[in-house]
Design a protein. Sequence first.
Length: 154
Amino acid sequence: MTTKPALLLVDIQEGFDAQKWGHRNNRQAETVAARLLFIWRENKWPVFHVRHDSPEPDCPLHPGGAGNNIKQIVRPHPGEPVIGKTVNSAFIGTDLHERLSARGIKRVVIVGLITPHCVSTTARMAGNLGYETYVVSDATAAFGWIVTVAAASS
């Protein structure tokens, strides 16, 4: 068992630069995530990249399109796992839980895009699965339309 926390980089992809998403907060999220990634790599702590592979052909995150690529600032190094997912949680339909369990990982630190969807869903599921879970708010971001939609539905 390792006492080192795993860093989960969730959906830090080129497709989230598309205009379709609208206004975004925290433009420094990727820079902060890259700083954390540097620390993890320097300490040889476990790193897992999560990539959203949208099944929707017109989505900027659809596999095969440039938007599906993980951003250069946090691009995986050889040997760092990249886990593709098609839903909000990095644990549904993937082997992330099995990979973490096999390495004896009990703590996860989560960064990425977008905060009220894939980041928060992954964090909630990590907690439900028994992981000590941390979300670094400075290394996450969201889009204004999400706030508008949430406010309209209340």
